[in-house]
Ligand binder design. Structure first.
Ligand code: GCO
Length: 453
């Protein structure tokens, strides 16, 4: 396997998200986001300082972008922080927030790195959350206005845009009440899901209307193949269909113009249907230029007598499951990646697919200035082989972004899981050390077959 096998136009990049890397949570007029708030309430392992400092990308972006270029990547996917750009959530943008992203974008371009922008990677301005957040239907307009501000500010230099990162995972945070009261907030969850979907479609239209004709507007989704492993159970089919509808279908089917999969789950009929108004189903449908596929592992699913769900992800893996696990306990199952690529090939939401996140956390340590993360190299090689296999079968996938460029703050788990190609020493002024996997990528991207190993 070598770089050229993927084609000359294939985009090789790294991915990250504002709250996970930037720090400077209240610098130059930025207001708190829901994730700053969660950190301050100790809902992030390690407490407030972890999210507040990120990996200090706010100050070190020149070093980071320089390193991304040195490794040979051609693109960097990062997200814009809504509360940095519009501290009050709506209304006037903050000039110094915009200026920060101007500097980041310009530095990328100077290094020959194409910036791929995500508008929203979960850091809703806290002030909007206090007005009901995603459960308040006004959020559809708030979000479209924010999209318009970003398009006007950066559209002259940025070609690739992603509207929203993994709405399904963000909705789960709302479901369990991570931003306020823990519990199961079912009605708020399903209402928020509908508004997220409406906002994604509307912001997609806003971007396409305001950006130059050659701009490419996409959105990303966390895809997971559901593999129920009790083949004899009568609940198997119902459980598969309901879980798949709740994890995937209720997000992508309406965007693709196919409406909500109400038949698959009574929960959808009971809790989501009441949020749908008159022309919503038309407004939900929007064709994007590309769909960002994000894949980590296939959850193992077991039947459970929960009406409307009939199956739950199980913490106990079946015996047939792969033995290699990441430090989060996720099984390493590369074939799942080609499976989801095949599945979304030809989906009406977009013609093109891009793997916008894939990667793994392992317990890395620095020894004599090196991090020997052979497992991560193996992880990337085996997943890239699946991308290539899918492409050879005709799946229109033309890009791959590693999660992540550097170790960073993993949502509720803080600094513990290390997902980076570059190691961050939190005890030594955030010192950056490229791991062996970064060196492997550098060789691979320079054209060495199989990264020279
Ligand atoms: C997600 C996010 C990333 C995560 C990564 C590892 O997929 O949850 O987009 O921000 O950090 O996936 O869990």
């Amino acid at each position: 396997m070598q770089r050229d096998d993927f084609g000359k136009d294939f985009t090789w990049g790294v991915a990250s998200a504002a709250w996970q890397i930037e720090g400077a949570w209240n610098a130059h007029g930025k207001s708190p986001s829901v994730w700053d708030h969660a950190g301050h309430r100790r809902r992030v392992r390690g407490g407030a300082k972890v999210g507040d400092r990120g990996i200090d990308f706010f100050h070190r972006y020149p070093e980071d972008i320089g390193l991304i270029a040195e490794l040979g990547f051609a693109a960097s996917r990062f997200s814009l922080s809504w509360p940095r750009i519009i501290p009050e959530g709506t209304g006037a943008p903050n000039p110094s927030g915009l200026a920060f992203y101007d500097r980041v974008i310009d530095t990328c371009l100077e290094h020959g790195i194409e910036p791929w922008l995500t508008l929203y990677h979960w850091d809703l301005p806290l002030c909007l959350h206090e007005r009901g957040g995603w459960a308040n239907r006004d959020v559809i307009d708030w979000f479209a206005d924010y999209a318009a501000v970003c398009a006007e500010a950066f559209g002259d230099r940025v070609t690739h845009w992603m509207v929203c990162n993994e709405p399904n995972m963000h909705a789960l945070q709302i479901l369990v009440g991570i931003f306020d009261r823990f519990g199961l907030h079912l009605r708020r969850y399903f209402t928020s899901v509908h508004h997220l979907n409406m906002a994604i479609a509307e912001a997609g239209r806003t971007l396409s209307a305001l950006l130059p004709a050659d701009a490419k507007v996409g959105t990303t989704h966390q895809t997971a193949p559901m593999h129920p492993f009790h083949p004899t159970s009568p609940l198997r089919r119902a459980g598969h269909d309901a879980l798949d509808a709740l994890c995937n279908g209720m997000f992508l089917e309406p965007l693709g113009g196919r409406g909500y999969p109400f038949a698959a789950s009574s929960l959808l009929r009971r809790y989501l249907a009441p949020a749908v108004r008159g022309d919503d189903l038309d407004a939900l449908s929007h064709r994007f230029d590309f769909l960002g596929i994000q894949y980590y592992y296939p959850p193992h699913v077991v039947p459970a007598p929960v009406p409307g769900l009939w199956a739950v992800p199980s913490p106990v893996p079946p015996r047939s499951y792969p033995k290699v696990r990441t430090s989060l306990g996720w099984p390493v199952e590369p074939r799942g990646l080609s499976e989801v690529l095949r599945r979304y090939s030809g989906h009406p939401v977009a013609d093109r697919l891009v793997v916008t996140e894939n990667g793994a956390a392992f317990p890395d340590t620095v020894v004599d200035g090196r991090v020997h993360d052979d497992l991560r190299i193996w992880y990337y090689r085996s997943h890239l082989a699946e991308v290539l296999a899918a492409q050879r079968e005709g799946v229109p996938v033309d890009g791959y972004f590693c999660w992540s460029y550097a170790d960073n703050v993993e949502w509720a788990l803080g600094r513990t899981p290390r997902f980076g190609l570059v190691h961050i020493d939190y005890d030594d002024d955030f010192r950056r050390t490229p791991k062996d996997s970064a060196r492997w990528f550098a060789r691979f991207l320079a054209g060495e077959p199989d990264g020279g190993s």
